[in-house]
Design a protein around this ligand. Structure first.
Ligand code: AMP
Length: 280
């Protein structure tokens, strides 16, 4: 397995693979890898001749008061996980390699980024789209793998690829969870033991919503209320948003009609966690 911080070297390697007729899968990450990332890599491994993983904490997608500096980093641990998953190349650039001193271009979009995480993180998706576009140019893969954990991100990347004619297939992968149902996240490491115990409220509230929908509930407002009530009963949880939206447009809907995304963001103490259910 090769680790490269150089755009030129990485591009050369991927071009060589393509010249040999080999297919390439790309898994973009911010590192501090866990079983969620691993599931993406394993799927990429199964479906492609070569697998590249990018490990880059992208400053452009963090707001001024967010956790860019504090975001956990451990390349040695990440490399061990990649090696085990059969990854061929880790692209791990410095910030200066990705963003030169006069960097001034970006990729943005109307509508899809406005609600959910975009409402409380106004520059986030512009940063995500820009870095993912750069990665797709540096590593022109056949397929790129994204988790449904970041459902809005997945919808935005799909739309960006369609609208801007990127020649790459976007594969959405299911959410990997801890045994008690908490969605795996690099940010779970911020939680104190008490917060960690309470964090299950995200998944539990979504589980109750799914039961209500299965029992025939079609009113999106009632589903939102049910989730809100359940989370509000937890004293250290503070809701950022509870939304029921169309998974295609990320716009609120009144009636549960597929494809629907039920998405929540909740502060447990000072740590902001997200979770969701998608009904296709
Ligand atoms: P991140 O490093 O948080 O930017 O995540 C990199 C990729 O891994 C994104 O496509 C995420 O959606 C995906 N991912 C993160 N956590 C999980 C999880 N628990 N299950 C599945 N995919 C995940």
């Amino acid at each position: 397995m090769k680790i490269s911080g150089s755009i030129e070297e990485t591009r050369k390697q991927v071009k060589e693979w393509k010249a040999q007729g080999l297919s390439v899968g790309l898994v973009p990450t911010m590192g501090y890898l866990h079983e969620g990332h691993q599931s993406l890599m394993e799927r990429a491994r199964r479906e492609n001749d070569r697998v590249a993983v990018s490990v880059f904490v992208n400053p452009m997608q963090f707001g001024p008061n967010e956790d860019y500096e504090a975001y956990p980093r451990d390349l040695e641990h990440d490399a061990a996980i990649c090696e085990k998953a059969g990854v061929d190349l880790i692209f791990h650039p410095e910030v200066e390699e990705m963003y030169g001193p006069d960097f001034s271009a970006y990729v943005d979009m109307h509508t899809l980024p406005e609600k959910l995480c975009g409402a409380s993180r106004p520059v986030h998706f512009r940063g995500v789209q820009t870095v993912v576009s750069k990665l797709f140019h540096i590593i022109p893969a056949d397929r790129a793998y994204f988790g449904q954990k970041d459902a809005q991100q997945l919808a935005i990347i799909r739309r960006m690829v369609m609208d801007l004619n990127f020649d790459i297939e976007i594969i959405g992968c299911p959410i990997i969870r801890e045994e008690d149902g908490l969605a795996k996240s690099s940010r779970n490491t911020y939680l104190s033991p008490e917060e960690r115990a309470q964090a299950v409220i995200l998944n539990q509230s979504l589980e109750e919503a799914m039961k209500a929908i299965e029992a025939g509930e079609k009113d999106a407002a009632k589903i939102r209320q049910l989730i809100t009530d359940k989370i509000s009963a937890c004293p250290i949880a503070k809701i950022d948003y509870v939304e029921v939206v169309s998974f295609d447009t990320i716009q609120p809907i009144d009636k549960i009609e597929h494809p629907v995304l039920i998405a929540i963001a909740v502060y447990i103490g000072t740590t902001r966690l997200i979770d969701n259910r998608i009904l296709m």
